[in-house]
Each structure stands twice: as structure tokens, then as C-alpha cells.
Design a protein around this ligand. Structure first.
Ligand SMILES: Nc1nc2c(ncn2[C@@H]2O[C@H](COP(=O)(O)OP(=O)(O)OP(=O)(O)O)[C@@H](O)[C@H]2O)c(=O)[nH]1
Ligand SMILES: [Mg+2]
Length: 414
């Protein structure tokens, strides 16, 4: 939730209650939940409740916060509206998190001071860099997909060690976990993410709301995504949503058909499958695909070749004059539909240096370029150059500034 206080904007995240699920695993479960909740926060408010006294659970949570996040934790004692509060509050000093802030959320008492303190803490931890994760070096590859697709299994296979928690229960992975590795001298950071379910099915106070957010955040922070699809389940609406999110974030993508081992097949299966889904989903036409098995390891070692191929293409250059001539040819052969008096005339085109394939077109009435015409041009670029797995982005600008200028422009039909 975005909020503001005295002109400072910040994101407030309510973690929901930290409740251990298994009695014998309390400390471990709490540790995990606390870590997931607070690792990337700039300030942490640990809220306890007056009236119950200091509980075992408070002690366990406080211990973890002291160990790992002491400098950014603020202890808050809530429900401090009663007259007795002043006598009871000192007991909370034993949690070792400094002097508690007494507030009454109900009456708004003490909240202003608390926010002041929280923002001071946030500023300090932002300045010292502890509010943000330190990035490991290498090509960042986020492994994304629906729950149970086999993302963690795939990461494990790639790491050749069991670092991730794998389980047959969907939703096993809660956090986005970074694992650095090196393949043939190439540095990679693999990011295992939580399975992405439909938003509507994720309740706000659920830990899953949180892991969803972090999986989406991993897409923004990576270079190339691997979209893992369980071949026995097939492509669904949710996969297409994830793909759209990847392209909106201007990231590269490769699709891994996982669990290939359980599919009865002949030598044509893969080609047929690819042809079918590309026929059904136009967005998949330019996405490179590989079939593999995270269980047996079949073709897992080839996946990174596909990923590095995407990475190369993300910044590939098409060459100036030749590109512009092609554009003019396409426009001539397939002119933009005419709006009387408002002719869309192409004056120039060039590729712009960016982290993804970006093309700028200089056009009269640039705001009238239709969506279908934009798609036509993008498809032409995909068909002519190799941008498989990359988001091809087109920009339309009113005038040509430097280079690429053609006095009369091209409207087609000559
Ligand atoms: N037969 C077969 N089973 C697989 C394969 N990959 C994963 N599985 C099984 O699928 C189940 C889910 O695997 P995970 O790796 O936990 O899946 P995930 O995508 O990380 O799941 P979440 O973290 O819950 O989103 C486990 O029972 C795996 O053993 C595969 O290639 N073949
Ligand atoms: Mg997982």
C-alpha cells in the first residue's frame, strides 16, 4: 500500500500474523516468515499487544529480528490506551529491541511519533544499503510460472544440488531466492520464484500475496525469464498473463516445457505442440521453446544456451540504412490506412540503443498510427530479423531530428 507522511512517500506492507503451522517447527517457521517479510524493507515495525504480557511467540520473533535486522526494527506496543499502560510497557524492554513505542491504533495516540521514528530508521537503512538486496554478479535469470510447474526442481537440477525446497504441494516456494552459478565460464544468477496464481485467488493477508508480489518483482529485476510450463497441464490464461507481464517489463523470455518425461510421445510431438500453441496464441509466435525434464535432467543443460541466445538478441543491432529501406518497402507495399486530411507519412526509422529491441519511427500524425499497423510493423521486424524471445518495442515520433530524414517521406502506393 502506498502512503505518505510529511511529504515522504513510502510503501506499507502488512505481513499478516506470523503464526507457526507446526508446533515442533516453530522457531524455523517463524524465522522463515520473518525473513521473507522484512528482508527488503527499509524499516520494520514489530507490533505486540499490551495486556497479554510478553509471550513466547514475541520472544521468538524478537530473537530473529535482533539477530538479523536489529538496526531497522522498531518495537511497537499497541492497545496502549489504558491508564495502566505506563506500568506495563517497561516489561517489553526485555525483548532487546530498545524502548518500545506505545500507541493506540484505535485512538490514533502515538502514531505520529512512531511514523517519524520509522521514517528516520528507513532513511538510515536506505543510506547504508541494508534496505535493498545486494545483487550477485551475472546474467539474472528469473524462473517463473504457475504453481507446481517445476520451477524449483529446474533450479535444483541446474545447480546440481538441492538448495531449493521441492514439494508436490503447490505453493511450496514462498520467496524469490537468488542462486549464483557458472556454466561454461558464463556467470548466471538464477532466481527461483513463487508460483504465480490468478490475482483474484490470492487473499490480501495471505503470505502468498506477498510471494506473488516478489515473483513479479523478480521479473522486473531480471534480464531474461524462463517461463516454466507443465506439459501435462498445458498453456493456460495465467501463463499468457505472465508472458504479458514479462514483455511489459521489457524482458526477454524462453519457454520451458517441463515434465517431458511423463508425456507419451513420438518424434513429432514437440514440433506439433509448438505449432499448436503458436497457432492458438499469437504472442507465442516469437518465443523460443525447449522441452525438458527437471526430474531426469533431459535437455536441462541446453536451456541456458537458449537463454543466452535471447540475451544476445536483446541488444542485437539491425544496421541503419538497410533497416530504414526495409521499413520504407513495407510501408509502400502495405500503406497505413488513410484518414482524410491527416495522412500518416513515414519520414524515417532507426533502432535506438536500449536493453531491448527499440525502434523509433518519425511520422506525420504520429498519434494516429493504429494498433494493428504497429503490430504489422513489429511482425515484419520479427519475421525479418531474429528477435525471438525479445519484446520488440516501437515508438512513433512527430519529426525526424538527426539522420534518417527523407524529405518527401513514404506513404505507399507508388
Ligand atoms: N515427472 C516430473 N515431475 C516433475 C518434474 N519437475 C518437477 N516435477 C514434480 O512437480 C512437483 C512440483 O515441483 P516444484 O519444483 O516444487 O514446482 P514449483 O514450480 O517450484 O512449485 P511452487 O514453488 O509450488 O510454485 C514436484 O512433485 C516435482 O517432483 C519433471 O520434469 N517431471
Ligand atoms: Mg517452487
Amino acid at each position: 500500500m502506498r502512503a505518505a507522511w510529511n511529504g515522504v512517500e513510502f510503501t506499507l506492507v502488512d505481513t499478516g500474523g506470523l503464526i507457526p503451522t507446526l508446533r515442533e517447527a516453530i522457531p524455523e517457521a517463524i524465522r522463515e516468515q520473518v525473513d521473507i517479510a522484512v528482508r527488503e524493507s527499509a524499516a520494520v515495525l514489530f507490533v505486540v499487544e499490551l495486556g497479554t504480557g510478553v509471550t513466547d511467540l514475541d520472544q521468538i520473533i524478537a530473537k530473529r529480528l535482533r539477530q538479523a535486522f536489529a538496526s531497522k526494527t522498531i518495537l511497537v506496543v499497541n492497545k496502549a490506551e489504558s491508564a495502566k499502560a505506563a506500568y506495563e510497557i517497561p516489561a517489553y524492554m526485555q525483548l532487546g529491541l530498545g524502548k518500545p513505542y506505545a500507541v493506540s491504533a484505535l485512538h490514533g495516540k502515538g502514531v505520529g511519533d512512531l511514523l517519524e521514528a520509522a521514517l528516520d530508521t528507513a532513511r538510515e537503512s536506505a543510506a547504508s544499503g541494508s534496505g535493498t538486496a545486494v545483487d550477485a554478479e551475472g546474467l539474472r535469470v528469473a524462473i517463473v510460472g504457475r504453481p507446481n510447474a517445476g520451477k524449483s526442481s529446474l533450479v535444483n537440477k541446474l545447480l546440481k544440488q538441492n538448495r531449493m525446497i521441492v514439494d508436490s504441494v503447490p505453493g511450496t516456494t514462498r520467496d524469490a531466492v537468488d542462486s549464483p552459478l557458472e556454466i561454461d565460464g558464463r556467470k548466471i544468477v538464477l532466481i527461483d520464484t513463487a508460483g504465480l496464481r490468478k490475482k483474484a485467488r490470492v487473499k490480501k493477508n495471505d503470505l502468498e500475496y506477498y510471494s506473488n508480489m516478489r515473483a513479479l518483482d523478480s521479473i522486473d529485476r531480471c534480464d531474461v525469464c524462463v517461463l516454466v510450463v507443465d506439459v501435462s497441464v498445458g498453456i493456460g490464461v495465467q501463463d499468457m498473463r505472465i508472458l504479458r507481464k514479462i514483455f511489459e517489463s521489457r524482458k526477454g523470455v524462453a519457454l520451458a516445457w517441463n515434465k517431458w518425461d511423463i508425456l507419451p510421445k513420438d518424434h513429432k510431438t514437440f514440433d506439433n505442440l509448438v505449432a499448436d500453441v503458436r497457432h492458438e496464441y499469437q504472442e507465442l509466435r516469437n518465443v523460443p521453446m525447449i522441452s525438458l525434464s527437471a526430474l531426469t535432467g533431459q535437455r536441462v543443460s541446453s536451456l541456458m544456451d537458449v537463454v543466452f541466445g535471447v540475451k544476445e538478441r536483446m541488444t542485437a543491432s539491425v544496421g541503419g540504412a538497410d533497416f530504414e529501406n526495409k521499413i520504407f518497402d513495407w510501408v509502400r507495399a502495405h500503406p497505413h490506412p488513410v484518414t482524410p486530411g491527416k495522412e500518416v507519412r513515414f519520414l524515417g526509422a532507426k533502432q535506438i540503443t536500449a536493453a531491448f529491441p527499440l525502434f523509433r519511427f518519425f511520422v506525420t500524425h504520429h498519434d494516429l498510427v493504429s494498433v494493428s499497423y504497429e503490430r504489422f510493423l513489429a511482425n515484419k521486424i520479427y519475421d525479418t530479423y531474429d528477435f525471438a524471445g525479445c519484446p520488440v518495442v516501437l515508438e512513433f515520433r512527430p519529426i525526424a531530428r538527426a539522420g534518417g530524414q527523407k524529405a518527401d517521406g513514404v506513404t505507399g502506393g507508388d
